[in-house]
Design a protein around this ligand. Structure first.
Ligand code: NAD
Length: 265
């Protein structure tokens, strides 16, 4: 598989290039970043692996001519550019960029209509398995169990609750038919009264350097059942990317997520 990286000098870009350089079935054929400080440098220099013979460049066009798949971990506006380029060149695309607005997501979908594209704001294998298990547990346990989501992240995180906690809440709401606009409860304080049976509680803890933890608690009279995922390092996100790329190059055109990649649908 011939792979090109968009956002090559970013935190995720460097992790992914490192993993790709260690995979037997992958040849890195291009690395693109808007950051002029890294353009012209060998990617081996970026990831502490000497010289790998691929230079960071500014333009996507020439790189896409050589690649089977482009991996994009950049910024929302950049992902609209990469999806447009890939849509035109027919190159498979894996997008991990988060924070796209609804209209940007719509534009991305239009751009990739004719190519295979995996778009997944959380590429951790474990978190995607958690999504599936939460759905199953909610369907089986149903409204007899009180469902509460707790997430813990490092002190520097700027948004709450996490995108992953929001996705878990959506999955539960969709499974039980209890819309979040009506039944989502974000933190509790004061004389709140008894817990409503259909409430979906979401709670955010911010402390230290926690990479990310999510626990979904299903509680009823007599027992409590919990599903927990703990990310130990950002490698967990990067580890889903290469399977997503291998999936994308074999897939028929369409928009996919990590549930498709992992066969969890
Ligand atoms: P980062 O800021 O370290 O890296 C982003 C890189 O993209 C930078 O090198 C930047 O120069 C480059 N870039 C920005 N605009 C560009 C453009 N127009 N053309 C080319 N390059 C451009 O960020 P990061 O921590 O690597 O995260 C990148 C994105 O991935 C974020 O949206 C983040 O939320 C997301 N992310 C997703 C997952 C997941 O599992 N899907 C996990 C972690 C991070």
């Amino acid at each position: 598989m011939k792979l090109a990286m968009f956002g090559a000098s970013g935190r995720m870009g460097q992790h992914i290039l490192t993993m790709a350089s260690e995979a037997d079935d992958i040849e890195i054929v291009g690395a693109v970043d808007i950051d002029t400080a890294v353009q012209g440098k060998d990617i081996g220099e970026l990831i502490g692996k000497g010289t790998l013979g691929v230079t960071v460049t500014a333009d996507l066009g020439p790189v896409l001519g050589k690649a089977d798949v482009l991996i994009d971990f950049t910024r929302p506006e950049a992902s609209l550019i990469s999806s447009e380029f890939c849509g035109k060149s027919g190159t498979a695309l894996v997008v991990g960029t988060t924070g796209l607005s609804d209209s940007q997501q719509e534009q991305l979908k239009k751009n990739v209509a004719g190519i295979p594209c995996v778009y997944a704001p959380n590429m951790s294998m474990g978190v995607n398995l958690l999504f599936k298990l939460v759905k199953d547990a909610a369907a089986i346990l149903g409204e007899d169990y009180d469902i509460e989501i707790t997430e813990i992240h490092h002190r520097f995180k700027k948004d709450a609750p996490s995108g992953t906690a929001k996705r878990i809440a959506e999955i539960i709401a969709d499974t039980l038919g209890t819309p979040l606009s009506e039944y989502g409860v974000y933190g509790r304080e004061g004389i709140t009264g008894e817990r409503g049976p259909k409430e979906i509680g979401v709670h955010a803890i911010r402390t230290g350097d926690v990479v990310g933890e999510h626990t979904v608690t299903f509680g009823t009279l007599g027992e409590r059942f919990e599903l927990t995922h703990k990310a130990h390092s950002r490698d967990t996100f990067a580890s889903g990317v290469l399977p997503a790329a291998r999936f994308a190059i074999k897939a028929v055109p369409g928009l996919y997520d990590m549930q498709d990649v992992l066969g969890l649908k």
